[in-house]
Design a binder for this molecule. Structure first.
Ligand SMILES: [Zn+2]
Length: 103
């Protein structure tokens, strides 16, 4: 295994920021994740623009990750805040809506 790293990719092209899903710990393009943000006021919301200020946590569009995040409370832990059932419902809705129709 050669560890010759020739050169760092030059920062010419627009790079999509990578973020980690709190469920599977996988790294994804930011746009392939749902951002859940806790505003400075302590309000939890889903952020589809990636521009809301506050502490954010990311979840990929995998239902398993959502379930895990909900069940184990990792999302709440990541945001250091309680997540209301409404937020989980909204998240589930988004994730479901993003699933390819398989039937
Ligand atoms: Zn995930």
């Amino acid at each position: 295994m050669a560890e010759t790293r020739k050169k760092q990719a030059p920062a010419v092209k627009k790079k999509i920021p990578q973020r980690r899903c709190v469920g599977c710990q996988g790294t994804f393009d930011k746009r392939d994740l749902i951002r859940v943000v806790r505003s400075p006021e302590g309000q939890i919301s889903l952020d589809f623009t990636g521009k809301k200020s506050g502490r954010g946590a990311y979840l990929c569009f995998n239902e398993a990750c959502f379930k895990k995040a909900k069940k184990s409370g990792i999302l709440a832990r990541a945001l250091e805040c309680e997540i209301s059932p409404e937020i989980y419902d909204a998240l589930e809705h988004e994730i479901r809506a993003a699933q390819p129709a398989e039937e």
